[in-house]
Design a binder for this molecule. Structure first.
Ligand SMILES: C[S@@+](CC[C@H](N)C(=O)[O-])C[C@H]1O[C@@H](n2cnc3c(N)ncnc32)[C@H](O)[C@@H]1O
Length: 233
């Protein structure tokens, strides 16, 4: 059975505006990518990377430029997001280095084992913890022994005294990116229903419980948290 769909639908409309929507917050993602690559330095020159929830392919375009020998498999249930990814790949001249697969990970055929996987800004949409762990387990099953996982999520301890301020700063970032008050109202509603922020330590423990070792918090920008971990044997 295919894993649960994210509540937020990445349809054609969202896909068309996705890159543009967050352009003013580009530095946050740039920082994530920069830290991600430090945790991928030990990979072979001809590494094959599985990008789960690749969306429009921002992480792929970055890594492809930094590591010219790497190949990528972009997996995502949204055909519309992957269509934009395909266009970006053509613009970057990397079509022959990327295999695009529409579908949830558990519905994809055997694609061999990968040296590393990225799962950026995806798992927070899985509001059921078991399904979230299952996604990480599925990623683990597609990695070589000792393979690297880079995961990034919207995270925060909703029970902590500081959370309301953190969430407020996050909303300020959305306003800065161009959201109107009305957009923010809709965003908060969707966030409450479809996003599951976990305390960062709990997120690390969840990744570990899916069969990874030493999940290291490699990045934080407001609520965006990045982890690097290795497949445990
Ligand atoms: C916020 S976008 C992130 C895209 C890209 N990784 C980035 O950092 O820009 C989330 C993506 O995850 C995909 N997605 C949602 N649920 C998923 C799931 N269960 N497995 C894989 N991808 C999923 C969506 O279709 C969407 O393209």
């Amino acid at each position: 059975m295919s894993e649960k769909k994210a509540g937020i639908c990445f349809d054609a409309e969202r896909a068309a505006s996705y890159d543009q929507r967050f352009v003013k917050l580009g530095a946050m993602k740039d920082g994530l990518h920069l830290c991600m690559r430090q945790a991928m330095e030990d990979l072979p020159e001809d590494a094959h990377i599985l990008c789960v929830g690749a969306g429009t392919g921002a992480e792929i375009m970055y890594l492809a430029r930094e590591f010219p020998g790497w190949r990528f498999t972009a997996a995502d249930p949204s055909a519309a997001m992957l269509e934009v990814c395909r266009r970006h790949a053509a613009e970057h001249g990397i079509e022959d280095r990327i295999d695009i697969r529409v579908g949830y990970l558990d519905a994809l055929p055997d694609l061999g084992l990968f040296d590393a996987a990225t799962c950026l800004l995806v798992s927070h949409f899985l509001t059921n913890k078991d399904e979230r762990r299952d996604l990480f387990k599925q990623i683990r099953a597609r990695l070589k022994p000792g393979g690297t996982l880079i995961s990034a999520d919207i995270a925060g301890d909703t029970q902590s005294k500081t959370y309301p301020a953190l969430f407020n700063y996050w909303l300020n970032a959305m306003r800065f990116a161009g959201s109107t008050d009305e957009d923010i109202e809709g965003y908060v509603e969707r966030f409450r229903e479809h996003v599951a922020p976990l305390p960062p330590a709990e997120l690390g423990a969840l990744i570990e419980s899916a069969g990874f070792e030493t999940p290291v918090l490699i990045y934080q920008a407001l609520m965006m948290h990045g982890f690097a971990a290795k497949r445990a044997e």
